[in-house]
Design a protein around this ligand. Structure first.
Ligand SMILES: *[C@@H]1O[C@H](CO)[C@@H](O)[C@H](O)[C@H]1NC(C)=O
Ligand SMILES: *[C@@H]1O[C@H](CO)[C@@H](O)[C@H](O)[C@H]1NC(C)=O
Ligand SMILES: *[C@@H]1O[C@H](CO)[C@@H](O)[C@H](O)[C@H]1NC(C)=O
Length: 299
């Protein structure tokens, strides 16, 4: 994706982005379905957008920002390169896998802390919230927690006859086939529909018995271990579903058939989880900020 996207803004959705842009927007819409009223008005105020799109509209900003000079340093915050060995061994070791300048786990820690820091200017709170909304999406994409062939970018495969790399298949193609029956460049309306479908599954459908467990690891007092647990859970799918027979065996394979049938439920689950967890995380942040300002006599 090129710099020009930054100028065009969030409504232009290039075909290849992390989670395909579409995944990120869906995650944000799910989160806006679950946040508390206080959280919604807090972020509508901070992001100066009082529509229902206040989270969705900024969900892909980080993918444009990483190609700008000013935020170039944030490129490494979109992933953590687990140096494991799929399919025989998956797992993340923060010391081993998080680069010195950061990774998606440290970024979630950093931008959570910055959002909670009342001494930072409002502008930095805006930036921190846009990064957080994006990175909580990224950390749920299994190939954003894997080192092999740069998160699968170097693995050439086919998807419904089209030659693509494996990373792109997991970012974009599986969701496009699932939601758009293969139509590309799905937009905000399709993301909103998918988010509403997954919201119903979380509330009263196939996810309603697991949703409490999704929040078990969530601890605002320890963003690093919370994010590490999320990353570890996504990374485990690299061994079971992304590379079940290892990186060599998948090269050149057609993934639009049986492989897709096993991958699509994982994508669905991870997108639903990411949205539900993002809502919970933002709720905790806003509750903390309210109690901080109450103590300071601001309320
Ligand atoms: C809110 O965000 C949406 C999506 O980006 C955008 O279309 C709309 O213009 C924004 N509204 C305001 C008031 O900024
Ligand atoms: C935390 O975020 C700030 C603002 O984007 C950035 O300058 C800094 O490098 C980040 N620190 C870490 C450890 O990621
Ligand atoms: C799950 O959905 C059923 C009805 O479909 C409802 O009775 C039950 O309370 C729900 N459980 C949770 C944890 O929301």
């Amino acid at each position: 994706m090129k710099l020009s996207t930054l100028a065009i803004g969030a409504t232009a959705l290039p075909a290849a982005q992390a989670w395909g842009g579409f995944g990120h927007i869906t995650v944000a819409y799910i989160a806006s379905n679950f946040v508390s009223k206080d959280t919604a008005s807090f972020f509508q105020g901070l992001l100066r957008n009082d529509t229902q799109e206040y989270l969705a509209g900024v969900a892909t900003w980080a993918d444009s920002a990483r190609y700008s000079k000013f935020y170039h340093f944030s490129g490494i915050f979109h992933f953590i390169d687990a140096k494991d060995s799929p399919p025989s061994y998956c797992g993340i070791d923060l010391e081993r896998d998080c680069k010195e300048d950061g990774c998606v786990v440290s970024a979630i820690q950093n931008y959570t802390t910055r959002l909670l820091d009342p001494t930072l200017p409002v502008y930095e709170h805006v930036v921190a919230s846009k990064f957080l909304i994006h990175f909580i999406g990224d950390i749920h994409q299994p190939l954003h927690t894997e080192d092999v062939a740069r998160g699968g970018n170097g693995i050439h495969v086919k998807f419904n006859g089209v030659e693509l790399n494996l990373h792109h298949v997991w970012d974009t193609s599986i969701a496009e086939k699932l939601v758009g029956h293969g139509r590309r460049r799905l937009g905000y309306a399709e993301a909103k529909n998918w988010a509403d479908t997954l919201t119903t599954e979380i509330n009263a459908g196939k996810f309603n018995t697991s949703r409490d467990a999704w929040l078990e690891a969530v601890d605002l007092a320890d963003p690093t271990s919370t994010a590490l647990k999320w990353a570890t859970e996504g990374n485990a799918y690299v061994c079971t579903t992304v590379l079940p027979e290892g990186p060599e065996a998948i090269v050149g394979q057609e993934l639009g058939g049986d492989y897709y049938e096993k991958a699509a439920p994982v994508i669905e689950l991870q997108v639903a989880k990411a949205g539900y967890r993002l809502a919970a995380w933002l709720d905790l942040i806003v509750a903390r900020i309210s109690s901080q300002s109450a103590k300071m006599g601001d309320l």
